[in-house]
Design a protein. Structure first.
Length: 83
């Protein structure tokens, strides 16, 4: 399994491939005109910021602490994902 550090230093295209092939979708949230999709790997979480207006991924963010989940706290149970 890829580490957070390896993921963060990967190319944008490789990050997209890894999200598609090696993560589990958890949920999404709106942020302005973008939708942020939250995914989980065995070792960290990944947020994919997507613009439906421009029909493209704007940014991919990854983190490995539960503090990054605070914006999802009202909608997700941390007990369900094993962290």
């Amino acid at each position: 399994m890829i580490t957070l550090e390896d993921f963060m230093t990967s190319s944008f295209e490789k990050k997209c491939d890894l999200v598609i092939n090696s993560t589990q979708y958890l949920m999404s949230r709106k942020l302005g005109e973008a939708t942020v999709y939250l995914y989980q790997t065995e070792n960290f979480f990944v947020e994919v910021y997507y613009s439906s207006k421009y029909k493209k991924v704007l940014m991919i963010n990854a983190f490995d602490d539960v503090y990054g989940l605070h914006v999802y706290a009202d909608s997700i149970s941390l007990a369900d994902i094993g962290y």
